[in-house]
Write a protein that binds this ligand. Structure first.
Ligand SMILES: *Cc1c(COP(=O)(O)O)cnc(C)c1O
Length: 866
């Protein structure tokens, strides 16, 4: 292009009637408001598709005459615009003076939420997958619920890669630079209306960080960016790519996110009362908060108690290797100055990231656990798995009792419910259903009311649209792959918007190996048999990106590509490139069955299946993550994980066999059991059950309310208590902990008697222990009896329920409150509530009212049992 003279942008002039389109284009509210997006689309549908649904870009390149036409010659358009603006203004209006609060937080609370990626809408591509989409849904719901909330992330100039698949099935990853003018972000300005910068020290230099603001309805998301003039070329690149570069890039990104994030909030004079680390990437924020208080003259241990009490950590990975970790030298190289500023030796500084996993590396999960007092996984199973992975942080506590709790993930309904369904709900339930998402009875009412035929027609019309979009996408992909016309026709035989009556099964997600995209191909002859019935055709659509550094993931893609070209699978197995939010929505809404077959228990939660379910798409999934909680026998199909979890090939074989059996015996026959109206009534009953049982339990309002009640509210309360009066309570707890740690090895407790045996119902069970407290006072130790009803069914004994319902605990009371008593007697006198055989165990652990979790010290010893 040596003859290029200049570049020139000619920007359309927005007619006065349409002026507020600019406002809509700059608020991610459009990401969960289909009608707002349609305002752009209607002006020029082809352009809208072509530019990938980006409202801001659209307003910079749409033809002037089309804008003019909408403004002056299209009354329907204008009235729709007024309608959308009215709901936009209503959304942003202050709540009515006496409307009930939507949450239990105080008016001066502020939740600061940190995450490395945010998936709000395809027009802001700073996400790669589930974690980002979840963070996006968290923000949207915080806005819906008027939570005092601010989010912090990074601005990646090249976002995540876009994917092409070539003729041979190789993934081609493209990083496209994001044009700032095309995305809904704006620089944060300082007092002089100049872009605001903060500085972060990385190794021995100061890096300038610019901040961008994204409006997400009522809340703000701040994105940090190092690509600014004045930074070295190397530093400018820190925030180029999401999950790109090497370990150096990664640690620098995390420094910018964690440390820069805190500095930005301070600079904006925001005072969060709760800090939520969504995954370990942001854990360095703990160091910066510690530094702030140490700099003010507080003791390190005191600062740590206060900082941790007000912080929440959510872990998303079920394998230790999946936790971010860095070599010690790297941490000292980039963050050595922090050790000094905190007054720590390098060793004790590094100990904050000690993972107890046999590796000397600095582990971000460890830092997060050491620096927060509220820790959770993202489903019941994942909570248990995480308790076990993290057991060494509370070494004497049984995993099921350690502080790792869980909140099962969920999805933002307005974002992920097809417009057609919301219209139908409006019709059948009235307009208020959006405010009652968690009301089971409302959804039961829908299940009873919705006519099968209406349900089927709605679903089929959504499916047709999906087939149209997928067909166009496949056509363009195959043209690039230079397929012959006849081959192309064979391939697209079943992707026909005019014939949505073919059983269509979708599989789309990251191609991480544990997700086992190729499990369906485990036994090719069985699969061939399933797909050979011309009367009952089945088509599988696969999509997904493998991380560019993930060779096995890319090999999986390639193998599916090759299989999809085998004569017996042509047209029945399709691999479509370019998975992103836009296609994900289409596919989830449209297919009949959503397939998910990860290795148990590796699917921390998964959310795509929820999106499917609420749209009347049936899940066929391994009973792992959220589905183990969502499946009720009627609302989809569950693959029971193979018990041979230690033998991968045996396990895969077992799981594949279950998958084939369910397809063969249930899914395919049920789908094709058509009545005289052309649909399968039983299929529809199942789809209705899926929609109406999953919606009330896996919507993000339930999820965010769980976070508020279980974590935000307690963390805020603890934080307030700890920071009050110059951190007095934090100081008290820190000193108490030091004292307990020193004395603990010498504490001895002995049982003085065994209960009378047998007792009659109503008799007292009396026990006494004597304790040598090694300098601790009697109220610092909690002595407890666990009384368990012996169960005679061995299966029940093996149940994995976290605290068996048949155990009760009773507290012993100290018989003295004198400090410095050498011997203290603790006594218990109770009437057992149960008859039958009981076993008793006595244990003791340190106790303080300011602890966030009763076992946060990780200390517990057993006295004896009977
Ligand atoms: C929901 C969603 C995910 C998460 O999918 P899982 O299968 O639950 O991991 C990933 N990517 C996109 C684009 C999504 O919309």
């Amino acid at each position: 292009m040596s003859d290029l003279l200049f570049n020139l942008a000619v920007i359309p002039v927005i007619p006065a009637e349409l002026q507020r389109l600019e406002e809509l284009a700059n608020d991610l509210w459009y990401g969960w408001n289909r009608r707002a997006r349609s305002l752009f689309e209607r002006i020029d549908p082809d352009l809208w598709t072509q530019i990938g649904h980006k409202p801001r870009l659209f307003l910079r390149c749409v033809a002037q005459d089309k804008l003019q036409h909408a403004a002056t010659d299209d009354p329907v358009y204008l009235s729709e615009l007024q309608h959308v603006l009215a709901s936009y203004d209503a959304y942003h209006a202050a709540p009515a003076p006496h409307s009930p609060p939507t949450h239990s937080l105080k008016s001066d609370d502020l939740i600061a939420y940190f995450c490395a990626e945010y998936g709000l809408h395809e027009s802001l591509p700073v996400y790669s997958g589930g974690l980002g989409i979840l963070a996006g849904d968290h923000c949207k719901t915080a806005s819906d619920l008027r939570l005092p909330f601010v989010a912090v992330g990074l601005f990646y100039h090249q976002g995540y890669f876009t994917q092409l698949i070539d003729r041979e099935g190789n993934q081609i990853a493209r990083h496209n630079a994001i044009d700032i003018d095309h995305v809904p972000i704006h620089p944060v300005l300082d007092e002089n209306n100049e872009p605001l910068f903060i500085a972060v020290e990385i190794a021995n230099r100061s890096v300038q960080v610019k901040a961008w603001r994204v409006k997400v309805g009522r809340i703000h998301l701040y994105l940090l960016d190092t690509d600014v003039a004045g930074n070295s070329p190397e530093d400018r690149e820190i925030t180029y790519q999401l999950y790109g570069g090497d370990l150096h890039t990664r640690i620098k990104q995390e420094i910018v996110l964690g440390i820069g994030g805190v500095r930005l909030l301070r600079r904006l004079q925001l005072t969060p009362s709760v800090w939520h680390l969504n995954e370990g990437h942001a854990a360095f924020l703990i160091l910066e908060r510690l530094r702030e208080y140490v700099e003010q003259g507080y003791r390190y241990e005191t600062a740590l108690e206060a900082v941790a009490a007000s912080a929440v950590f959510t872990t998303h990975t079920p394998v230790p290797a999946g936790h971010d970790h860095f070599p010690q030298e790297l941490v000292l190289h980039y963050l050595g100055h922090f050790a000094q500023q905190l007054g720590r030796t390098p060793e004790s500084f590094l100990a904050l990231g000690h993972g107890h996993d046999g590796s000397p590396d600095f582990n971000m999960t460890a830092l997060a656990i050491n620096g927060t007092r509220h820790v959770n996984g993202v489903s019941r199973i994942h909570g248990q798995v995480s308790s076990e992975i993290c057991t060494a942080f509370w070494p004497e506590i049984p995993p099921q009792e350690n502080p790792v709790d869980y909140v099962t993930n969920a999805v933002h309904v307005s974002t992920f419910l097809a417009q057609e369904w919301s219209n139908l709900f409006d019709e059948l339930l009235g307009g208020n259903w959006r405010d009652q998402l968690c009301q089971q009875s409302l959804w039961q009412q829908l299940a009873n009311q919705v006519p099968e035929k209406v349900f089927w027609n709605t679903k089929q019309s959504i499916k047709s649209q999906m087939l149209k979009v997928i067909r166009a996408a496949l056509l363009s992909q195959y043209c690039h792959q230079q397929l012959s016309q006849s081959h192309l026709q064979r391939k697209l035989k079943y992707i026909d918007p005019d014939n949505p009556n073919i059983l269509t099964i979708g599989f789309a997600r990251r191609f991480a190996t544990y997700k086992r995209a190729a499990l369906l191909f485990n036994d090719l002859s069985w699969l061939r048999e399933l797909l050979s019935d011309e009367e009952r055709p089945v088509v599988f659509i696969f999509m997904g990106k493998a991380h560019p550094a993930d060779q096995p993931g890319q090999a999986l893609l390639k193998s599916i590509h090759q299989l999809s070209d085998e004569p017996e699978f042509v047209g029945k197995v399709l691999l479509l490139q370019g998975y992103d939010l836009a296609v994900a929505r289409r596919l989830l809404y449209g297919v009949d069955v959503w397939l998910n077959n990860p290795v148990y228990p590796m699917e921390a939660s998964g959310t795509s299946g929820m999106k499917a379910a609420i749209n009347g798409t049936l899940n066929l999934s391994v009973l792992d993550g959220w589905w183990a909680e969502g499946y009720d026998g009627q609302n989809g199909w569950g693959i029971k994980p193979s018990p041979f979890s230690q033998e991968p090939s045996r396990r895969d074989q077992d799981d594949a066999r279950s998958l084939y059996e369910i397809l063969q015996d249930d899914v395919i026959p049920l789908y094709y059991q058509r009545n005289q109206y052309g649909y399968s009534p039983q299929w529809i009953r199942r789809a209705i059950a899926s929609m109406t049982t999953i919606l009330p339990r896996f919507n993000s309002v339930r999820f965010l309310n769980d976070y508020v009640e279980k974590f935000y509210q307690p963390a805020s309360e603890k934080g307030r208590a700890f920071f009050a009066n110059s951190l007095q309570a934090a100081d008290e707890l820190a000193q108490w902990k030091r004292q307990v740690r020193e004395a603990w090895p010498g504490v001895q407790v002995k049982l003085l008697n065994l209960p009378k045996n047998p007792l009659h119902y109503g008799d007292l069970l009396e026990l006494e222990v004597t304790a040598q407290l090694n300098g601790l006072s009697a109220d610092m130790i909690y002595v407890e009896l666990l009384l368990t009803q012996t169960v005679h069914h061995p299966e029940i004994m093996l149940s994995d329920s976290p605290t068996p319902a048949q155990t009760q605990t009773y507290r012993f009371l100290p018989m003295t409150t004198q400090p410095n008593d050498k011997q203290v007697i603790y006594r218990l006198s109770i009437k057992p509530a149960w008859c039958g055989n009981l076993t008793g165990r006595v244990r003791f652990f340190p106790h303080h009212a300011l602890l966030s979790h009763r076992h946060e010290m990780g200390m517990m010893r057993w006295v004896g049992d009977f």
